[in-house]
Design a protein around this ligand. Structure first.
Ligand SMILES: NC(=O)c1ccc[n+]([C@@H]2O[C@H](COP(=O)([O-])OP(=O)(O)OC[C@H]3O[C@@H](n4cnc5c(N)ncnc54)[C@H](OP(=O)(O)O)[C@@H]3O)[C@@H](O)[C@H]2O)c1
Length: 252
């Protein structure tokens, strides 16, 4: 039986991915900060799947000691990790477009430092085992977008980091992937006040992530095709055209 560790596994995409892997007979460990949410998530998954190979460990990814303790516990007392899905994130849409330094600091702490903490500890265990680290980024990181400075910046950094580690970790025999979902219906995106195009369910995301991680190795896993493809095109447009599109979309 193979083992996946999912950070931010108590809700949204992480929860749906946990359920999918359990159904496919994997051993799953989910982590997040809130113990009650974790217990509830485990209960729901066990009820819905009728399987017991799921574990929960409380872990705040922004705290290095927490991450170190959690990964040690999994590796020594549960099983070696085959796939680590670095999915935990904080999200706070900056509706006013005000530059709020506290918001930037929080998102850097969780989304960026949290990812780095996990990778630093995982690499010591995973080296020479042909394991896999998958970082959940976002198409918001492809190019700066209005009101998305803090969140987008952390997602761009994750993407750039994954691109570098794709090369650097080859010598450690660790595979790196980046996952770029379009709009997925979760607690985070329910905070958005705009209509989200091509919105998909968390179960849809989970199917795509499972397929992407367990079939032929791919660096980038993205879905749904159409929205991510459109954002990829926006990435290379001249600034004048890019600004014009945003003006049309939301009077920015
Ligand atoms: N939903 C989308 O449309 C979308 C699109 C593109 C990319 N993404 C990315 O997909 C991932 C999951 O997003 P989601 O929409 O599923 O979010 P979500 O429903 O808000 O879930 C976030 C999860 O992260 C956990 N978390 C937050 N801070 C944490 C911390 N410091 N340490 C450990 N766990 C923490 C939360 O649990 P606790 O609060 O209990 O810790 C929760 O389990 C994120 O990386 C997000 O950027 C989402």
């Amino acid at each position: 039986m193979q083992t996946i560790w999912i950070t931010g596994g108590s809700s949204g995409i992480g929860f749906a991915v946990a359920k999918k892997f359990i159904n496919e007979n994997w051993r799953v460990i989910i982590s997040s900060r809130n113990e009650n949410n974790l217990e509830e998530a485990i209960k729901k998954i066990e009820e819905e799947t009728n399987k017991k190979n799921i574990f929960a460990i409380k872990c705040d990814v922004s705290k290095y000691e927490d991450v170190k303790k959690t990964i040690n516990e999994i590796e020594k007392n549960i099983a070696p990790i085959d796939i680590a899905l670095l999915n935990a994130a904080a999200y706070s849409p900056n509706k006013t477009q005000d530059f709020d330094i506290k918001n930037y600091e929080l998102l850097i702490e969780v989304n960026l430092n949290g990812t780095l903490n996990c990778i630093d500890v995982l690499k010591e265990f995973m080296k020479n085992r042909n394991n896999h680290i998958a970082i959940v980024s976002s198409p918001v990181g492809f190019r700066g977008m209005p009101t998305a400075g803090a969140y987008g910046m952390t997602k761009a950094a994750q993407l750039n980091l994954a691109e570098s580690l794709y090369f650097d970790f080859k010598k450690l025999d660790i595979k790196i992937s980046v996952i770029n979902p379009g709009f997925i219906d979760t607690e985070s995106t329910r905070l958005n006040s705009f209509k989200m195009p091509f919105l998909k369910s968390a179960n849809y995301a989970a199917d795509k992530i499972f397929y992407g991680l367990t079939n032929k190795y791919k660096f980038e896993i993205y879905f749904p095709f159409i929205i991510v493809f459109l954002v990829k095109i926006m990435r290379v447009l001249p600034l004048k055209i890019y600004s014009f599109i945003w003006k049309k979309l939301g009077n920015f």
